[in-house]
Design a protein around this ligand. Structure first.
Ligand code: PMP
Ligand code: GLU
Length: 397
């Protein structure tokens, strides 16, 4: 069949593709050390699973309002108030099938051909692809290891043109783990307000913050910043609920109405049972979040100490999320692993590492950062220990 130009040029998600490749090898009986997908290895906490079972038994198995059930919208507003001091009304919430869907809704509601969307590199794989789906153009602005991979206010200001429709900000950031200092956020907000540019603030990793870093929601910087902010968040990462597919936006009412209309035509509503589970995640005890964070903290410390022992790797310590993002270009052009493979870019590096050492990482090329690779430490200590042993040996055989 003849495919539309839109899908012909659309790239598949590189993170999902890398995970699929690792699973394919594992299905052949190979013991693969898997660090590709950014998803917590924990099963969803038991009280949330119980809430889902109760919801099913109570008959919550029907269509829901397209933008989500009132109880979940209220829980999302209450969490925004509790965690960030933010006042939102349920009429400012759209619940979607995961935060990825929320981002798609925002972009579809705001952007079209001729528009520009500013994205700082390294960026999460789906950002540029979702912008391109709307016909708008991603304007990539490079951040550096030296600036901790944080977009600087002057860079933002310089990238704005009359066609700029949106800044996409991800704090803490996937893939770099960068957690923005409050002063940098304030500087970015000042530019956004001065130039009247809306900001999609993807705060899905808001609960995963480590020592020495802090989290500030972009909407909490000033009332003027809040009016321009679209917060994207969800339960996937903080509550280990990736498979339930619940994300949301907190946005000005007019944009919220537009996204509700869009969603009513696209998907009717997010899964009813998952919505009830998400209510319990947000309103229930929060110890599960702290427990998982404690585990991530231990793993992060271990991974960073191991990476620091390997000569030539360059990286910034991640302040949030669960990724280590490091530069391996020092190893290009040198014989690597048992088979003395020579590679000259991150994609070939990841392929060789998987084939030779059975360690699966995601290439930085997918995030607009050649020379880098991403390791997700949302996996067990056992796998991290063996996988890092194998990475170290592959690099210095
Ligand atoms: N934003 C970022 C930065 C992410 O890493 C992810 C990863 N899944 C998402 C959004 C999408 O999350 P969800 O699983 O809720 O769609
Ligand atoms: N966001 C996760 C990641 O970056 C999940 C995969 C995806 O949705 O692309 O690995």
């Amino acid at each position: 069949m003849r495919l539309s130009p839109t899908v012909q040029t659309l790239k598949p998600s590189a993170t999902i593709a890398a995970a699929a490749k690792a699973k394919e090898l594992a299905a052949q009986g190979v013991n693969v050390y898997e660090f590709t997908l950014g998803e917590p290895d924990f099963i969803t906490p038991v009280h949330i699973r119980e809430a889902a079972k109760e919801a099913m038994d109570a008959g919550h198995t029907h269509y829901t309002p397209s933008s989500g059930i009132p109880a979940l919208k209220q829980a999302i507003c209450a969490a925004a108030k509790r965690d960030h001091g933010l006042e939102y009304e349920p009429s400012q919430v759209v619940v979607s099938n995961g935060a990825k869907h929320s981002i798609h809704n925002v972009l579809t509601a705001l952007c079209g051909p001729g528009d520009e969307v500013i994205i700082s590199t390294p960026y999460w794989v789906s950002y540029s692809a979702l912008v391109e789906l709307t016909g708008a153009t991603p304007v990539l602005v490079e951040t550096t290891l030296e600036s901790g991979f944080c977009l600087q206010p002057d860079q933002f200001a310089a990238a704005v043109t009359p066609n700029t429709r949106l800044l996409m900000l991800n704090n803490p950031c996937n893939p770099t783990g960068a957690a923005y200092p409050v002063e940098t956020l304030e500087g970015l907000a000042a530019v956004a307000v001065e130039k009247g540019i809306p900001v999609l603030s993807d705060e899905i990793y808001e609960k995963l913050i480590y020592e020495g870093s802090e989290f500030r929601s972009f909407a909490s910087l000033s009332p003027e910043a809040k009016d321009l902010t679209i917060i994207v968040s969800g339960v996937s990462k903080a509550y280990a609920m990736t498979g339930w597919r619940i994300g949301w936006t907190l946005a000005p009412p007019d944009l919220t109405k537009a996204m509700d209309k869009l969603q009513s035509q696209q998907t009717s509503n997010p899964c009813s049972v998952s919505q009830h589970a998400a209510v319990t995640a947000l309103n229930g005890p929060q110890e599960c979040v702290t427990e998982m964070l404690t585990e991530f903290r231990t793993r992060r410390k271990y991974v960073l100490s191991r990476l620091k022992e390997i000569p030539g790797l360059r990286f910034a310590d991640p302040g949030g999320a669960f990724y280590a993002f490091f530069n391996v270009s020092e190893y290009f052009g040198k014989p690597l692993g048992e088979n003395a493979v020579v590679v000259n870019n991150s994609s070939d590096f990841c392929t060789a590492l998987l084939e030779d050492a059975h360690v699966a990482l995601v290439t930085g090329d997918a995030f607009g950062a050649p020379g880098y690779v991403r390791l997700s430490f949302a996996t067990s200590m056992d796998i991290l220990e063996s996988g890092l042993d194998r990475l170290a040996k592959f690099l210095n055989p």
